[in-house]
Design a protein around this ligand. Structure first.
Ligand SMILES: [Zn+2]
Ligand SMILES: [Zn+2]
Length: 330
């Protein structure tokens, strides 16, 4: 429960420091500066911390955790080839310069849309949702709150008895929370940062699997692999195998989707949308169908976007099969 003296002097001082850090970011990355950003200045690479992506995600961690894989930023430093690679979403040929030019345009458009409160432009932005809402909260800390995941926003609304519709998205849910805050006499003077601190202190974090950070990703893969191996062992000894096999299939499927980590393993595009629980939507697919003696193992199942999944089933191209096999090789 929240203390009577909330927000304490210490908290206010701490949030002032956070705001200074945020001001520095906004100053360093004005629209004019964003236009001129180079790949090194935009992208995280080789541990360098003076770039837009690192500072947005980590330096300003307290202005909202964004839980994204590097690819979501649109250009990625590929350690294997020591070079930048653009994501297909922004450049068909994966050209990093072309991708960066497009991303910069999208970020600038988003900053303008945020100022105009142009919700349809914000919703149509190409930028991945979490990054999109974080940019808004960082550029307009008095206007957009630092909670981005729909299901977390819904959780807070529920706790506060704020009525929600199924169709409410992040922007609407954020608005409902801010409106509620402004109706509470003692909260009217609070900044949005203070309000978000209050929400987390009062109601705690909701439980669920939103945490798709790198560490928990590796941990999940490890746990699933263990469970699959355990089931395989059991199946080999059991006489009635159906239930165990079904359990294992479910785990293999979960493993394959976790391994894909939000990126289609055929086209390399990001999952088309996020599910209500915050996980990226991908479909699991057997590279060699079980009916054609494909193995029931993590080395035969991939995560695909719905388009590529349809493509695999209708065309079954040898070159695609080869790509998928390389993605799951031991
Ligand atoms: Zn795909
Ligand atoms: Zn399939």
């Amino acid at each position: 429960m929240i203390a009577d003296n909330f927000p304490s002097e210490d908290l206010l001082e701490h949030l002032d420091d956070l705001l200074s850090l945020r001001n520095k970011f906004a100053y360093d990355y004005s629209v004019e500066t964003i236009k001129k950003l180079t790949l090194d200045e935009y992208c995280e690479h080789a541990g360098d911390k003076s770039n837009f992506c690192y500072r947005l995600e980590h330096e300003l961690e307290e202005m909202g955790h964004i839980n994204v894989y590097a690819a979501a930023f649109g250009v990625k430093y590929d350690k294997d080839i020591h070079a930048y690679r653009g994501m297909k979403k922004y450049s068909k040929t994966e050209d990093p310069d072309e991708a960066l030019a497009k991303i910069k345009k999208e970020i600038i458009a988003l900053i303008h849309a945020g100022a105009d409160e142009d919700y349809s432009a914000i919703r149509n932005s190409m930028i991945a949702p979490n990054i999109r809402y974080k940019i808004l909260a960082v550029y307009y800390p008095d206007r957009y709150i630092t909670v981005f995941a729909e299901w977390v926003l819904r959780y807070f609304c529920e706790k506060l008895d704020i009525p929600c519709e199924d169709s409410d998205d992040t922007l609407i849910l954020q608005d409902k929370l801010v409106m509620w805050k402004n109706q509470q006499k003692h909260m009217q003077d609070w900044s949005l940062l203070v309000f978000v601190k209050y929400l987390y202190l009062e109601f705690d974090r909701p439980e669920s699997g939103d945490d798709i950070s790198v560490d928990s990703h590796k941990k999940k893969l490890k746990t699933l692999k263990k469970e699959i191996d355990g089931l395989t062992e059991k199946i080999s000894k059991a006489s009635e195998k159906t239930v165990l096999t079904r359990q294992r299939d479910e785990k293999i499927r979960a493993y394959a989707l976790e391994r894909a980590h939000g990126v289609c393993q055929l086209c390399g595009n990001l999952a088309p949308f996020y599910k209500k629980n915050g996980e990226p939507y991908l479909e699991s697919h057997h590279i060699i169908p079980l009916a054609e003696n494909g193995s029931d193992s993590i080395y035969n199942v991939v995560g695909l976007c719905p388009n590529c999944h349809r493509k695999m089933h209708s065309l079954k191209l040898a070159e695609d099969i080869k790509i998928l096999k390389s993605k799951v090789a031991k």
